[in-house]
Design a protein around this ligand. Sequence first.
Ligand SMILES: [Zn+2]
Length: 98
Amino acid sequence: MEEKCPKCGGVMILGEIRFDSDTVMPSQMNAYMTGIPSSPLPNVYQNSTSRPYWEEKTGRKTGFILKSDEKKILKIKASRCSLCGYVEMYAVEKPEES
Ligand SMILES: [Zn+2]
C-alpha cells in the first residue's frame, strides 16, 4: 500500500528525520580502545547521529519520593512526497529496546 501526498497526490517515501553531528572520535582514542596502536584500522567515525523524538506528558506521576511527570517517548517517522517535497510526520510508539 502506497501513501499518497495530501497536497498533490504524489507517492510518499518513508524516511526518518536525523541530525548529523560532526563529532569524530580521535584516532588516538581508537588505538587506546582497541589496544592495538599499530592496527591498520581506518579512522573510525563515531556514530553520533542523533534522532529527534516526540515527548509528551501522560498526566500521571512517576517516582516514589520525588514525583515527576511521567513522560511518554515516541519515535518520529516521516514520509516525504516525491513530487512536491511535502513532509508528513508521525509519532509512533517506540518499540522496546533490547
Ligand atoms: Zn506532494
